[in-house]
Design a protein around this ligand. Structure first.
Ligand SMILES: *Cc1c(COP(=O)(O)O)cnc(C)c1O
Ligand code: SF4
Length: 345
């Protein structure tokens, strides 16, 4: 973390930047901070402007434009916030913003309005208020530690938070959303896993978007999380233009995830956050890719493709049309190859 690359000078000494990347940098950095861990930098092809890792981390001019549909807070998280840092949208689970820091600031981040902004750092007094809210809201069965990256907190802080949550009788499960296995796998230390294992069971949801991100180091951090931390590891990806928007890349990503012990959970349609249109893949294309995967790849390998509705409606599955209609007690379907089938129930 101390060696993160944060300036244009540092970056341009490591990566051959294009003219447009160079010109976008300063303004983009003002809107949403730039940060790149040396490890994630090592995955970038310094000579290839189309490198899928580079596009996630290095600003491009598209990021500076704002389309009419693009908003500050696409998921209306701030208006579903009963106490600072807690978004409570679905009755049984609440999302808890614990840190504003990440090792790499993903240029498509849905929470860029506050992630990377030090004024948004949650304090101990905010934690107490959040915990009090969880204690009094009996319908909350799950708390999701999020941010920023919640694994930015120290082992002691995490231990304390997990212990407090585990004492709340109605809380059934705890989940941690982190991108550190992807951008800073060395954060997955023995000490961290020791803490996680004492709060068994825990669910960790990570964020791999491209097969190139599943390096040996990333794979060993996952193995450690599973074997030493005793956690269940899932993955959510974002469907990103020019990065993973074809079935070959996603198929490979899914296989590699499963191979290192991760269950693919969600594939997200990119949120309508300001500066995101350079990443957007049309939903029809996303559904076409999912259809191609459906027929080809094991069900274990497949995530659910979802759109988190702009305005705060929550997540809805984007499923290709397999079911067509019901007629005279017969249900008409087409399979993934477009071949029609008729069944009675
Ligand atoms: C996505 C999200 C969750 C988690 O939803 P799951 O479908 O259970 O993964 C919880 N709260 C908020 C506000 C969310 O955006
Ligand atoms: S790791 Fe998550 S919170 Fe951090 S910048 Fe990337 S998408 Fe945003």
């Amino acid at each position: 973390m101390q060696n993160r690359i944060q300036t244009l000078d540092e970056l341009s000494s490591k990566v051959t930047l294009t003219e447009s990347e160079r010109s976008a940098f300063s303004e983009a950095n003002r809107v949403f901070s730039f940060s790149l861990s040396p490890y994630y930098l090592s995955l970038i092809d310094p000579e290839d402007p189309d490198c899928p890792i580079r596009k996630q981390a290095i600003p491009r001019p598209e990021e500076l434009l704002r389309k009419p549909n693009e908003v500050e807070d696409p998921l209306a998280e701030e208006s579903h916030m009963p106490v600072k840092g807690v978004t409570h949208r679905y009755p049984d689970r609440a999302l808890w913003y614990l840190s504003h820091v990440c090792a790499v600031y993903c240029r498509f981040c849905t929470r860029k309005r506050k992630v990377s902004d030090s004024l948004e750092t949650p304090h101990r007094s905010d934690w107490e208020l959040a915990l009090e809210y969880f204690r009094t809201q009996k319908e909350i069965r799950e708390v999701i530690l999020s941010g920023g990256d919640p694994l930015t907190l120290s082992e002691n802080q995490l231990d304390w938070i997990l212990k407090e949550l585990k004492t709340i009788p109605h809380i059934n499960q705890i989940r941690i959303h982190t991108r550190y296995p992807v951008t800073l796998p060395m954060r997955i230390t023995d000490e961290l896993c020791e803490v996680l294992s004492t709060h068994f069971p825990l669910f960790v949801v990570t964020h791999f978007n491209h097969p190139k991100e599943i390096t040996e180091l990333a794979a060993s951090s996952i193995e450690k999380l599973i074997k030493k931390g005793h956690v269940m590891v899932l993955n959510q990806s974002v469907l990103l233009k020019g990065i993973n928007d074809n079935s070959k890349v996603l198929e490979e990503l899914n296989y590699r995830l499963v191979k290192v012990g991760i269950k693919p959970y969600y594939l997200h349609q990119c949120d309508e956050v300001y500066g995101s249109h350079g990443f957007v893949v049309p939903m029809e294309r996303g559904m076409q890719i999912m259809t191609e995967l459906r027929g080809k790849q094991s069900g274990i390998c497949q995530p659910l493709y979802v759109k988190d509705l702009t305005g705060g409606g929550g997540k809805v599955p984007l499923t290709p049309q397999y079911y067509i209609e019901e007629k005279d007690g017969k249900y008409k379907f087409q399979n993934y190859r477009g071949i029609p089938f008729e069944v009675s129930h």
